[in-house]
Design a protein around this ligand. Structure first.
Ligand SMILES: Cc1ncc(COP(=O)(O)O)c(C=O)c1O
Length: 384
């Protein structure tokens, strides 16, 4: 019945984890779920109030525009200016998305012909790879290794594959490794993309979830990045809005237009009231995001320390909601042992790709008292 493109799909990682969780719960285990990156904190009230008001506006009841409201796109451009000092033309360089996943999943359809190569990091958010495959492209893997700070080694990419590649996907601050990229890496990346005529798709939903007051970057802080790159951004993690489905792709006008063309044939835009609420989010006073950051800072500090005390090898992330711990051996076996012994669910690294094997990912999107309870359980379990 099914097309090959879905027959060959591995089961979506989180579906398998959900099953293990349900089985544990059915046995009466008090499960602490540290497997998904879905903020537990509520969306700030002023954003909800903006939605309430906008939902009553009849102009929001009809089909929204394909590219998104100009007011929302302007708010995205203003946010980029104040956050990264990056200038964007809201008319041509910003496109509203139904969450960044939607844009990422559709983008390869605009650029990949059957057989074209896309360079994909491994481990990674699984959508880069499946979206490439859906477009008939060939994913060529770039391993993200601990010894390289979980950055791809651009010099190690087969020059023939690099020449043939149409796209490169990257994501810093990175899910699942928690790694960040610096200016020097982004500069190298842009040079590499220009030398090989590759479109850069930088996925940046975690830029505002940073720690120790070390802010994260936009790729457009690099001169000339706009010649070859777009950046996917999302309100999901910054403003606790995963359920609202709103994000944007920004940058190179031609690339943005290509994604827009695909989208206009697939969806009919983002609910206008959600875009109006998105404007309220993007215009939030700094305190809103600072307060969220403070909560995550405490959680990451205590969970990181607990994992270190257990003898796990891991770096303290500069950003993201994740701790990426080296456990050695099978990550699935480790995660199921952990669930058995502690009731804690972590994500087996192999679910993010073959180079994720040997690692598990802990997310900090549970209420602080649950993270504290997880820390106590890990302390009781002792050394690994
Ligand atoms: C790296 C990465 N990109 C994109 C997304 C999708 O975010 P959204 O579709 O909610 O904007 C996620 C969500 O977990 C993610 O981890």
């Amino acid at each position: 019945m099914y097309a090959d493109r879905i027959k060959h799909l591995p089961p979506y990682l989180f579906a398998a984890i959900d099953k293990a969780k349900q089985e544990a719960r059915a046995k009466g285990v008090d499960v602490i779920d540290l497997s998904v990156g879905d903020p537990d904190l509520p969306t700030p009230l002023h954003i909800i109030e903006a939605l309430n008001k906008a939902a009553k506006d009849p102009s929001n009841h009809q089909y929204p525009s394909y590219e998104g409201k100009l007011t929302f796109r302007r708010a995205v451009a203003d946010w980029y200016k104040k956050t990264f000092n990056v200038t964007l033309d809201p008319q041509k360089e910003v496109l509203t998305l139904i969450g960044s996943k939607e844009g990422i999943a559709h983008a390869p359809l605009a650029f990949i012909n059957p057989g074209d190569i896309a360079l994909i990091p491994d481990p990674a958010y699984p959508v880069y790879r499946t979206a490439t495959a859906f477009a008939g492209g060939e994913p060529v893997i770039m391993p993200l290794l601990r010894e390289n700070g979980f950055l791809p080694d651009l010099d190690a990419i087969d020059p023939k594959a690099a020449k043939k590649a149409k796209l490169i996907f990257l994501n810093y601050p990175n899910n699942p490794t928690g790694a960040s990229a610096d200016m020097a890496f982004f500069k190298r990346l842009i040079d590499f993309a220009k030398d090989n005529e590759i479109i850069v798709m930088h996925d940046n939903p975690y830029s505002e979830v940073y720690y120790d007051e070390e802010r994260s970057m936009s790729i457009f802080e690099i001169d000339g990045a706009k010649d070859v790159a777009v950046e996917f951004h999302s309100l999901s993690k910054t403003y606790n809005m995963t359920g609202w489905r709103i994000g944007a792709v920004v940058g190179n006008a031609e690339i943005v237009a290509g994604i827009g063309k695909i989208k206009s044939n697939i969806d009919s835009g983002t609910f206008g009231a959600v875009q109006d609420a998105g404007i309220a989010a993007l215009q939030s006073p700094p305190k809103v995001v600072d307060d969220i950051r403070k909560v995550y800072q405490h959680r990451i500090d205590i969970l990181y320390q607990a994992l270190v005390d257990m003898g796990m090898k891991l770096e303290k992330p500069r950003a993201t909601l994740y701790l990426w711990a080296y456990v050695g051996g099978s990550s699935i076996e480790y995660a199921s042992m952990l669930l058995d012994k502690t009731g804690i669910v972590a994500t087996p690294g192999v679910g993010f790709g073959q180079y994720g094997e040997g690692y598990v990912r802990f997310s900090i999107t549970q209420p602080t008292e649950r993270i504290e309870a997880a820390v106590a359980r890990l302390e009781r379990m002792g050394a690994v």
